[in-house]
Design a protein around this ligand. Sequence first.
Ligand SMILES: [Zn+2]
Ligand SMILES: [Zn+2]
Length: 305
Amino acid sequence: MKKIVYQKPGMAAEERIVLKANLHTHTTNSDGKFSPEEIIEMYQGAGYDVLAFTDHRKTNPVSSYDGKGMVLISGIELHPVGPRNITWHILAVGVPEDFPHNYPATGQEAVDLANASGAAVFCAHPYWCGLTSGDVMTLNNILGIEVYNTSTRYIGKEFNMYCWDDCLNAGKEYTAIAVDDIHSRRDFCCGWTMICAESRSQEDIIKALKQGYFYSSQGPEFSKIAVHDGILEAEFTPCAAAVLVGRNSTGAMFSIENPDGPGTASEVSSIKADLKDCPRGLFRIQLRDANGNYAWSNPIRNPYI
Ligand SMILES: [Zn+2]
Ligand SMILES: [Zn+2]
């Protein structure tokens, strides 16, 4: 079982278990190519711990499925009409299997009904939808967005860092998940969410999502994300680039490819910085390994403003 030391500002350090999750999954119950049984087989084989079923406007009877050791979570993707007639893709993870609100009238109603049912609610793939950060921020009480969505690679819109940072710049403390949004084989296993939970129970998994105890990845793994005594400390698998991404033009670089021109290399596997030297307000840690795979921490609030 993977572990991480997680310490939020002003909180005690905690050792938590790390659960690899795909939180956005389609099956033959909507427009996915694979049956629930096939999807379970695939993700279990790839070493996942958590799999959320989020078919379009439809829940799955996950309690009747054999998870083969994985925690299966009932979810749904909701599609009310949004700004400029663009359809929202509202991802709700942890709705009851008999969730009855498949056709909410507005984005906010979708968010409110999903929240009322106890789900963790995110705005899915805003870049692909054509939604601006301003549109996303009209939704109250979402946890955040998808920073990475494998299925939207086919038109080059898999990354949502700009939208995320825009929202952070505006003071919205959004978290961000990475998901496959799997419909077919090409969407398999390119981005995932590492949930840092107190236990493997569904209750603790949803709680960790709601409290922001997770990070997103395509490969690099954090073993420590800690803020204490005015110091930021992070430890992770070796990466070619490690940066702090902050408000507007602020940030900090700890390593980057080609430090002395093409062909030169530098690698980093930890960050230690005085918060006085970190971006003010909300900032996040972004890693990239030598293969070009990213990992993203959730935002950290610097007490220095
Ligand atoms: Zn979608
Ligand atoms: Zn989807």
